[in-house]
Design a protein around this ligand. Sequence first.
Ligand code: AMP
Length: 216
Amino acid sequence: MPFIALLGVPGAGKGTQAKRLSAALALPHVSSGDLFRENLKHGTPIGQEAEKYLSRGELVPDAITIEMIEERLAQTDGAAGAILDGFPRTARQADALENMAGGSLRAAVHVEVPIERLVERMAGRRVCREQGHVYHTKHKPPKEWGICDIDGSELYQRDDDKPETVRHRLKVYEEQTAPLVEYYRERGVLVTVNGDQPIEAVTEAILSSLEQEATS
Ligand code: AMP
């Protein structure tokens, strides 16, 4: 079974699409950001180390990130394939993924969204405390204000979704992650989709591009 990596600026909708692809393709959803937030919540050594980077919108050092993902993919459900959301984000992580996934990285999907949409998308994003379910004040409001529809926990705004940190995260993306688009284009596995459309249409576009890849 394959690995599919999602690339895109923070706020492009990678997490939303990753969950939908995970259901459609029966592959586990592995989100490096969610794993860091889980570690933070439980006060693990990884969480303690990662906290200062997350709060500033910086990338966590490669060695820690790669080890965390390797451990996650070593679990039985991840060994054969996964939808990778937020990993890789640097050239070194991409090289590490090549070692982990070997020839089974089927596609790197670049979800493209115009920069001017992002601050609005991220300013409205709310996440539930319990399990990280994602809402948007305008585009996907919960049934009851401030409460998760699924598990009833409180919704909050991630510290790193505040406008100053968002701007910094976009800069970090441009410097460190954007070059991966070329990296994957050169390897012939890049798929680009327009992320500036309704959620369902983006998923359809990704799935049909993956089908075309498989038959070409
Ligand atoms: P995300 O939820 O994907 O936006 O990630 C939130 C934060 O977690 C990022 O701003 C980074 O601080 C950290 N993070 C997530 N994925 C990675 C990664 N692949 N490499 C380094 N840091 C990461």
